[in-house]
Design a protein around this ligand. Sequence first.
Ligand code: ATP
Length: 196
Amino acid sequence: MLRIGITGGIGSGKTTVCKVFELLGIPVFYADDVAKELMIKDAILIQQIKATFGEEAYFADQTLNRKYISDQVFKQPDQLKKLNSFVHPAVFRAFDNWYTQQKAPYVLKEAALLFESGSYQQNDYNILVSCPLALRIQRVMQRDKVTKEKVMERIAAQLPEETKQSLANYQIQNNEQEFIITQVLQLHSQLLKKAF
Ligand code: ATP
């Protein structure tokens, strides 16, 4: 069963593209959602986060104080590295466990920082979803009700588009001229050929 990574800059439409693959029966592992879930459910991870950031990292009801953590890692980039060094292995373990339970010619692993984290190297192929910058900004502002500056800040924290293009095996263009569905169908048939 092939492991296919899928990524794209913020607001590029990677989740939207994944939903189309799901319609074709392809299982999708949403790494960022799993990471968020593990941070409130995985006892070892919770312990590591509290040891690094203090008890303030969690509210009394044991939900994660995201604002506090993001402020801390913004102020001290080393803390971000440390946080990733706990979270990434936990997500890898969860993926490996999930993978053994799937039955399909290939599975997708969706992650925003697939290339940045180096995890793309563990996949057979990687897909990049690309979308013009102006459209991404407009869509995220609308979806998350945030300012243009906030979106730009998040984009600046990611690898440049050209670097990601050079690392990707396949690309899907999510612009207003090309249909996602057509491109997914074409890619699906290419991946099926690779899988069998
Ligand atoms: P993030 O990195 O922030 O999680 P993402 O890459 O997963 O974003 P999506 O959430 O799939 O992106 O898309 C961003 C927004 O743009 C969503 O509100 C989605 O509904 C909308 N969108 C994506 N693609 C299209 C499209 N082809 N046509 C119309 N709206 C779209």
